[in-house]
Design a protein around this ligand. Sequence first.
Ligand code: NAD
Ligand code: MG
Length: 388
Amino acid sequence: MRKRIAILGSTGSIGVQALDLISRFEDRLEVVALTAGTNVDLLVEQAQRVRPRLVCVADPDRGQILKARCDPLGIETAAGTEGLERVAAHPEADLVLSAIVGAAGLRPTLAAIRARKTVALANKESLVMAGELMMREASQRNVSLLPVDSEHSALHQCLRGERREEIRRVILTASGGPFRLSSQAEMEEAGPEEALRHPTWEMGPKITVDSATLMNKGLEVIEAHWLFGIEPERIEVLLHPQSLVHSLIEMRDGSLICQLGPADMRGPIQYALTYPDRWESPLPGLDLVAGPSLEFAPPDPARFPCLRLAYTALGKGGTAPAALNAANEVAVEAFLARRTRFNEIPRVIGKVLEEHVPVLADSLEAILEADRWSRRAAERILARGVAA
Ligand code: NAD
Ligand code: MG
């Protein structure tokens, strides 16, 4: 029987790559439901190709257009938040690929866990906001959360057969983004064009800016903490501009275990979709002889303050990481809309974190309230000017 997959965020970078991969395994994988934020054209095109049972557009205003275009295909449609949750809990899905960007992914991802679906998780923001809640709900229902993020996929692979208590530390690798070698002054002047020019990965705009500030790595530290139960003091970050070593684990006997592969997200996507099996890859492997030399260096905390902010939020605990995430989303959006400068992003987040009084993040309501509070605080700081 084919493994049946629902994709949250099928029109994004991860979603499109997942569909490409799935089309290469037509005899073993089947798509039962798809969602998009707003891009109805691409969603309909995907639906024509893969013929799912259900498609959903998150923007409720576009529900009617989607319906009009899918009725002739005999495909059921839905819209809005409830529609996303219906896709996440689709009775015919075995696995849900969570690939919406940002906090919008939290509710549907939680709905997938509650419906006891195996979750292939690309949406790291949900785990940053609600790590404790998601891990608890998943473990209560015996649901597997399989990382799609390349670093966490690497750690998952390194940890197969290892005992968690024998880990000394974890090293997450980071490409360093487009500003790895830039001066503070150059970064002050950088606009969206420069920040969106990622050296090794092609991704959606939000995560690409996060990679330029290194907030992406900060979010991944929090993600690793929840996924693998590792204390923040034992999670380190190293710049590795070739993006071929996807992360490493040091065991207590000093042995370093790492995973290498091409900088192509279809590798970690395939791993999560086929786990616990490994299938023949349709992609070319890594040529170690022809490839570049591997370099590693510590990140510069002065030029990349977002990394420290993420550790600070994780240390504060409770709703602080949800506040960090929301402030980051607001600041990145403002930067992309040219309403604020690149180096203001960490300043906005830092101010929001200083103001935030964390409470226990033990319910969806508490987390969403922190998210709303933090968005308002970030907008207020942006409106009056970050320096004020
Ligand atoms: P993207 O911007 O390319 O795509 C985002 C998807 O989410 C799209 O389908 C979009 O329609 C949908 N979406 C956006 N806002 C929405 C909303 N409010 N409600 C419902 N749907 C909405 O992003 P991406 O690069 O594919 O990243 C998706 C997730 O995967 C992010 O959490 C990112 O951090 C993570 N991730 C991505 C990569 C990568 O290579 N792209 C690598 C690792 C992790
Ligand atoms: Mg990553």
